[in-house]
Design a protein. Structure first.
Length: 107
């Protein structure tokens, strides 16, 4: 997840996200390992990873799709700025080719 998350939040004040991730060729396992590490930090900021799914990552499709909920914009920003997450930026750049982040509302 990058720091340029578009603003907007659900009516309850919570922030709900859908994150699409593409791996650099040959780095599929590295992307999964990186995400294992950073997703473990989400609860420390009041967030919840609601779902995490993988595809084959072929034909231009993302390798991984994630759904998150944070209680507030401040909680999301706290996660994004977490020193442990920021310290892994070089690893992220090595394994993650592309990220798309969508603000969503769960029904």
């Amino acid at each position: 997840m990058t720091e340029d998350v578009a603003s907007g939040s659900a009516a309850s004040g919570s922030v709900e996200l859908c994150v699409l991730l593409w791996a650099h060729p040959g780095q599929e396992d590295g992307l999964v390992a990186y995400e294992d590490r950073v997703l473990a930090l989400v609860p420390a900021h009041g967030g919840t990873v609601l779902q995490r799914a993988r595809s084959a990552g072929d034909a231009g499709h993302p390798l991984e799709v994630q759904f998150y909920r944070f209680p507030s914009e401040e909680a999301l920003q706290s996660y994004l700025a977490d020193d442990r997450r920021v310290a892994l930026a070089a690893e992220r750049d090595r394994v993650v080719l592309r990220t798309e982040i969508l603000r969503v509302t769960f029904s």
